[in-house]
Design a binder for this molecule. Structure first.
Ligand code: ZN
Length: 279
């Protein structure tokens, strides 16, 4: 199943278009995406009844699949290849920080550059589908609604301010959290533990890796975070970025107005975000 926000309303994406969740269910299911995630089991049951498509849609109509999550977690130093290129040790425990929900943007929204050292980070994003706490490792996939693509856009100037890393604010400027194009359930993917992920800036391939490079995988992250914090439907976990970010390549590559960030996880989908100068 693929779950999207189309024209600001919860929808299912089908091979021949989309299904408006509220209208097609005769008003039973909500039109708000977060409210639909609160009723994820009902949404899955409804989707399995193969409702007829409402119509076709353009990519410009897609919004963030969870436009207003209650909590957004993110991981630093969670890919072996990225830790190696950055010369940092892999942590003994997942290094969790937060992106504030106000940074969330859609899969084709503009990224408003707030500085001159703004970097890309393509990531696999986990969407939680159930209120949960202390989830055992072997039950972690049960609380996952699905997976989507994300960009953990980062202002490196703010991030590396002394004396402590400023992860939360440097990665939470408005529009610094593009997500989408939709939530794909794990059963749609041949192997949800081995997903290729790529990021290009304009036509240049910058990141080209696989989630097999994750140091703490999806079950480990869900188990670890839920051992400390209660997880809620619609919560997002940005699982970390692989090698190939600008800060380890060349500062001259940092994002400029007019750049197009293309982020792709084959099997899930593609996002294209144009960088513009903040007005
Ligand atoms: Zn990141």
């Amino acid at each position: 199943m693929r779950f999207a926000t189309i024209n600001g309303r919860a929808a299912l994406v089908t091979d021949d278009g989309y299904v408006d969740l509220h209208d097609a269910s005769g008003g039973d299911l909500p039109s708000d995406a977060l409210a639909a995630l609160d009723r994820w089991e009902d949404v899955r049951t409804f989707a399995s009844s193969a409702p007829p498509a409402t119509g076709a849609f353009e990519t410009s109509q897609l919004g963030a699949p969870v436009p207003n999550p209650r909590q957004v977690f993110a991981l630093a130093a969670n890919y072996r290849d990225h830790a190696a290129e950055a010369g940092i040790d892999l942590p003994e425990q997942p290094y969790v920080f937060t992106k504030f929900p106000s940074c969330i943007a859609g899969p084709h929204d503009d990224v408003l550059l707030g500085g001159h050292r703004v970097d890309w980070e393509v990531e696999l994003v986990v969407v939680i589908g159930r209120r949960c706490k202390d989830v055992p490792l072997d039950q972690a996939w049960d609380v996952v609604a699905g997976l989507t693509v994300g960009q953990d856009i980062s202002d490196r100037k703010v991030q590396f301010r002394k004396p402590f890393p400023h992860l939360a604010v440097s990665k939470s400027f408005p529009t610094y959290g593009p997500t989408g194009p939709w939530i794909t359930t794990a059963d749609e993917l041949p192997d949800p533990a081995a997903l290729p992920l790529r990021c290009s800036i304009n036509d240049e391939l910058m990141q080209d890796s696989t989630t097999e490079q994750l140091y703490f995988d999806v079950p480990a992250l869900v188990a670890s975070i839920s051992s400390m914090v209660e997880l809620l439907p619609g919560d997002l976990i940005f699982t970390g970025t692989p090698a190939g970010v600008g800060s380890t390549r060349d500062p001259r590559l940092y994002l400029k107005p007019g750049d197009v960030i293309t982020s792709e996880i084959p099997g899930i989908g593609i996002m294209r975000n144009l960088c513009v100068e903040k007005g």
